[in-house]
Structure formats: C-alpha cells, structure tokens
Design a protein around this ligand. Structure first.
Ligand code: SAH
Length: 242
C-alpha cells in the first residue's frame, strides 16, 4: 500500500519525498512578486557529482575535515562527499527532506541554521545552490555571520555560492535599470507550491560577490572569490579575519 504523504506546509520536502519514493515528481513551482512563476526541476535536487556545475564540484573538492552541509535538500552534496571519503553532517528545516536524506544514508538532522542551541563546530561549512539565500534580507547579515562564527572551528572556512542578479536588470547597452530607492536588487520574496501544498512566503537573498565581500569585512570575515561560473554565478570562501 502506498504510504500517505504527510503533507504540511513543506512543498520542497513533499517534492523531494515524492521523487525519492516514486522516481518522479510534479512541478515544484516558485512564485515571486518580482518575476513570473518559475519551476525547480526536482530531479536536479538529486544530481550526482558528475551532474553538478563546476563551482559545486570545486566546493566539494575543497571541503575538508568535519563538514556541515547547510540546507542540504535531498542530500546530493553530502552523498557526493561520502563517495570522496569525506565526512559531513547535513541540516535542513524540512522534515521530509531530512527523512529522505536519512533513508539515503546521510547523517541528516532537522535543524535551522539560525538555531543557537546547535553548538557543534566544523572545519568546512557548505552553503550551496545559492547559499546566500538563507540570509534572507540584508538586515539579517550580522546574524548570519554571527552564526558562522560559532559554527566554525579555528582555521575553518565557509564555501558559499550565489549569483549576481544584475543581468535581470541590464539594458542592451550594459546600463542597469535599478531603482536605487528600492531594496537591494538581489533581495527576493519567494513562495513555493507543490501539488496542493503551498509553503509560507520567505525572503531569499542573491548577493553579488562585491557586496558579500563588503559585508564579510564589516562582520570580521574575509571573502575570497574562488570560482566564477558561466552566468554571473560564483563560489566564494569566507573565513574569520585574524
Ligand atoms: N543544498 C541543496 C538544496 C538547496 S534548496 C542542493 O543544492 O540541492 C535550499 C534548502 O535549504 C531547502 O531544502 C530548504 O528547506 C533549506 N533551508 C532553508 N532555510 C533553512 C534554514 N534556515 N536552515 C536550514 N535549512 C534551510
């Protein structure tokens, strides 16, 4: 008998759960007040090392020691790390994603990145697939760096990716159509929908590298640009400034 899917307000988890258990999933739709509806291809959340973009491959190769995979989703990075003989802990706020990761053999726990009662420390903290998203809004930047500071072992580093969304506002002549009175152009509101499950709206931040480096410095971190992708995307490392 097919198990009842414990739907709650967790569309991403429900999509991951469906794909894992049936081999296919419906559209995982992303709504935003700023753009047309978009879709996250659910099978891409199950990508293996070979299917990953170069900057994710680089992040996995650079990961060392005890690794924390933040917002791990279906666990693709943790599984790839395990194949490389590396040891990671995966955290996610989605119950169903954590359940699927555990079934896939990942050491996954339902923990919010911002939960201060999680006091373990790591040599590498991975934030991948637009890792700056978890910052939410620019106001939250100090809290983000504060959490990173407590999660890192001495000498440890964060590997994080994002994209510069300027291309969405670029005119043909290269000038930018950005209203300076508006919020930062990478600050988006998202809401996900899967089948009949509509999630809570949430803020998701895309941060260009220069801004990331600026805020890192303000919060006692140093940012280094490691890899530039093909479409305004990049991988950076963050470490505590001595
Ligand atoms: N890293 C995965 C999944 C990215 S999707 C991949 O590359 O495939 C982003 C994930 O972050 C989702 O699974 C979401 O549930 C999780 N997430 C969002 N906010 C979080 C938070 N505050 N703490 C932990 N996980 C979070």
């Amino acid at each position: 008998m097919k198990q009842n899917i414990p739907f709650n307000a967790d569309p991403m988890g429900a999509a991951i759960y469906d794909y894992y258990n049936t081999g296919s999933a419906d559209a995982l739709v992303v709504h935003s007040s700023m753009f047309e509806d978009d879709e996250i291809p659910v099978d891409a959340l199950f990508r293996d090392f070979e299917q990953m973009p170069d900057l994710e491959k680089a992040a996995l190769e650079l990961s060392s020691g005890r690794i924390l995979d933040v917002g791990a989703g279906a666990g693709c990075h943790s599984l790839a790390l395990e194949k490389m003989g590396k040891c990671s802990v995966a955290i996610d706020i989605s119950d169903l994603a954590v359940q699927v990761m555990n079934e896939r053999g990942v050491d996954a726990r339902k923990i919010d990145f911002y939960d201060e009662s999680f006091t373990e420390t790591f040599d590498t903290v991975l934030l991948l697939m637009n890792g700056t998203g978890i910052i939410g809004t620019l106001d939250n930047i100090p809290a983000f760096f504060c959490r990173l500071r407590s999660l890192l072992n001495p000498g440890g580093r964060v590997l994080i990716d994002s994209s510069d969304l300027r291309y969405l506002f670029e005119e043909e002549d290269g000038s930018l159509m950005i209203d300076l009175a508006d919020d930062y152009y990478g600050q988006l509101d998202y809401q996900m929908e899967y089948k009949d499950v509509l999630g809570e709206p949430f803020d998701w931040l895309y941060l260009d590298f220069e801004s990331l480096a600026f805020y890192a410095e303000e919060n006692g971190f140093k940012a280094e640009l490691l890899v530039e992708g093909e479409h305004y995307d990049y991988l950076a490392s963050l470490y505590i400034q001595q």
